[in-house]
Design a binder for this molecule. Structure first.
Ligand code: FAD
Length: 396
């Protein structure tokens, strides 16, 4: 029988790996993608659903093409355990899948222990993160729509590293954009656990000062230590409590449960470490890990763009290894992250990362990358094109 690969997680990393293993092995390797959701819902552009200029349908893509065009088998289920010695994955539905190589791209899960109040019954239905695009995105939009004019929306940002460094600041812009049109007396309060805006700082601050003056207030060094969901209050170690009509708490994160529970989070019990030439785990043979679950290389963001490229490096290595060849990729990644400061105007940050054989990690290429000079509609068109392209590359 042919070689078998199981991919856990059909997000930016996993779907890309599944498709490219099928393509580059010319169909010789059997690929089963394990994913509980019936469609791919993109976190990139999901802040525009909160801002009101996009709908859920605009950020949702079915998995049909992976099956029809590329012959990826889909197990619509959740992986619950890995037996690395037997090379098997167990699914919630009771099935066991055998693999020659396993790919894990489960994204992040939340460290709720850091916010005890969020573990009370019903708390997580009331105070939303919307940091995994899907039902929470829509539910948070509904909370914003229901909020009376003159209310406060407060967003709590965890200490870095977390999924998508500029994402919370883009979200603040999107909510402020909505308020400026529909509820002009309302406020956006950003409570940031970090010392300063960690990505595109000057560009975001300019947007807040010029476009959203009097709407957005930024408070750095506000690390949320608890949430009282009965009174919609955020608690801090050193600062006064903050009460708001709509709370949006982005909790601290670590690699997804399936990787964590398999003992693969070797960096601080939070993130997974890999050999960057193959994306194979340093803790378990035949298991390749991608995307947000990884301990990042210096200055490498946790982004969909990165996860997509991890997927290709893993696919090339797996196809080589399962064909008895040595993997020979010397990865170079680029990353461009577009942030919508309004419904049309966008700023970007770009970087290039190359494998360094001596340090055995990915390093940014000196002199590469940069940020926008200013927000523009032209970049807005580039940002939309980026999304359409990466969805096609990952899923079509
Ligand atoms: P994901 O894409 O989250 O995929 C993980 C998948 O695994 C999910 O489908 C999940 O259902 C599945 N899964 C988890 N556990 C299991 C299990 N046990 N069994 C089976 N399946 C499982 N990135 C950009 O590049 N550009 C942007 O503009 C951008 N904007 C963002 C805006 C927001 C608001 C947010 C929250 C993120 C944004 N990102 C952006 C970041 C991007 O979404 C992530 O970096 C990317 O999704 C990571 O890919 P991944 O494959 O690691 O995880």
């Amino acid at each position: 029988a042919g070689a078998k690969v199981v991919v856990v997680g059909g997000g930016y990393g996993g779907a890309t790996a599944a498709k490219y293993i099928r393509m580059w092995s010319e169909g010789r390797i059997e690929v089963t993608l394990v994913e509980p959701n019936d469609s791919f819902v993109s976190c990139p552009l999901s802040n525009l659903v909160l801002g009101g200029s996009k709908q859920m349908a605009d950020i949702t893509t079915p998995y049909d093409n992976l099956t029809r065009r590329h012959g990826v088998k889909i197990a619509r289920d959740r992986a619950t355990a890995i037996d690395a010695d037997k090379r098997q994955v167990r699914l919630a539905g009771g099935q066991t899948l055998a693999y020659d190589r396993l790919v894990l791209s489960p994204g992040v899960d939340f460290m709720w222990d850091a916010l005890p109040g969020m573990k009370k019954a019903g708390a997580q239905d009331r105070v939303l993160h919307a940091w995994k695009a899907g039902p929470q995105t829509l539910a948070l939009r509904k909370q914003l729509e229901a909020m009376p004019d003159g209310g406060v929306y407060a967003i709590s940002i965890p200490l870095a590293p977390y999924r998508c460094p500029p994402g919370p600041y883009e979200r603040a812009c999107q909510v402020a954009h909505y308020f400026s049109q529909a509820k002009p007396k309302s406020k956006v309060l950003i409570l940031d656990g970090n010392d300063d805006v960690t990505s595109k700082g000057p560009l975001f601050k300019k947007a807040w000062a010029d476009r959203y003056k009097g709407i957005i207030e930024y408070r750095p060094k506000h690390s949320t230590v608890d949430v009282d969901t009965a009174t919609n209050t955020l608690k801090f170690d050193f600062n006064d409590d903050v009460k708001a009509q709509v709370l949006n708490v982005i909790p601290p994160q670590r690699a997804g449960d399936i990787a964590h529970n398999a003992g693969l989070t070797t960096a601080n019990r939070r993130w997974c470490e890999v050999d960057w030439l193959t994306m194979e785990s340093t803790a378990a043979k035949n298991i390749h890990i991608l995307g947000d679950a990884l301990q990042i290389a210096p200055q490498m963001p946790k982004s969909g763009h990165m996860a997509n490229q991890h997927g290709k490096v893993a696919a090339a290595a797996i196809v080589a290894l399962l064909s008895g060849r040595a993997p020979n990729a010397l990865p170079i990644y680029n990353n461009t992250c577009y942030s919508f400061v309004s419904d049309t105007d966008v700023v970007h940050v770009a970087s290039v990362h190359r494998y360094d054989a001596e340090k055995k990690t990915m390093l940014t290429v000196p002199g590469s990358g940069g940020v926008s000079a200013a927000a523009s509609e032209l970049e807005g068109r580039y940002g939309m094109a980026w999304a359409r392209n990466i969805w096609a590359d990952t899923l079509a």
